[in-house]
Design a protein around this ligand. Structure first.
Ligand code: GLN
Length: 201
């Protein structure tokens, strides 16, 4: 059986833990490096990416999570979590000090949908989940501005803009599957974690 860690420094980690509990998946909060012991995958929740990034740095989780991911541990970031996984945030939307994990070869633009569309929902075809479409909730969501050659797009908005990506075992979604009752994305991530092999040095 798989155990999932949920980064619990700030943001909507409780909703992720609830989704995992409903699936019967063992999960616990990650607040410091020792909480990473025994997990097969880590979820980085939505929230405020600058705050989470600074706390990741202060707790030394930033480097430890980066190492684990580079050794094959699956990571999934939702919204602020997607921002934290990115290689780069556009200069206009980057905070003065915005620590990033830098594990996804993408450039993101924070709060990219403008004030009249601060939050919205739509139905998305998410490639690995198959039909029916997934109800996707966007809240002050980032936009993916540029994508490197090793990154696969898993879902796009109707206008073609990518909102879910994957690079190996690193997954990022601009929307929040933890805020709906559809558990398919969480189930898929747990399956990925179950199949992954983490290479310890
Ligand atoms: N706007 C937030 C940020 O830039 C992300 C919003 C969210 O996670 N719902 O950190």
């Amino acid at each position: 059986a798989v155990t999932i860690g949920v980064l619990a420094l700030q943001g909507d980690f409780a909703e992720h833990l609830t989704a995992l509990a409903r699936l019967g998946i063992a999960a616990h909060e990650v607040r410091q490096p020792r909480d990473l012991a025994g997990i097969d995958g880590l979820i980085i929740p939505g929230g405020e990416s600058t705050t989470i990034g600074r706390l990741l740095e202060r707790t030394e989780l930033l480097g430890v999570i980066r190492d684990l991911a580079q050794r094959g541990m699956p990571l999934w970031g939702t919204c602020a979590g997607l921002i934290l996984l990115a290689r780069e945030v556009t200069a206009e939307t980057r905070a003065r000090h915005q620590p990033l994990l830098g594990l996804l070869d993408i450039v993101v633009r924070r709060n990219a949908f403008g004030s009249q569309r601060e939050s919205f929902e739509c139905d998305l075809v998410v490639e690995p989940l198959g039909p029916p479409p997934l109800r996707a909730v966007f809240i002050r969501a980032p936009l993916i501005d540029a994508i490197g050659p090793g990154v696969a797009v898993l879902a796009c908005l109707p206008d073609g803009r990518p909102v879910a990506v994957r690079q190996g075992s690193i997954i990022g979604t601009a929307f929040h599957p933890e805020l709906t009752n559809d558990l398919r994305f969480h189930r898929w991530f747990c399956e990925l974690a179950e199949r992954a092999t983490v290479h310890t040095v």
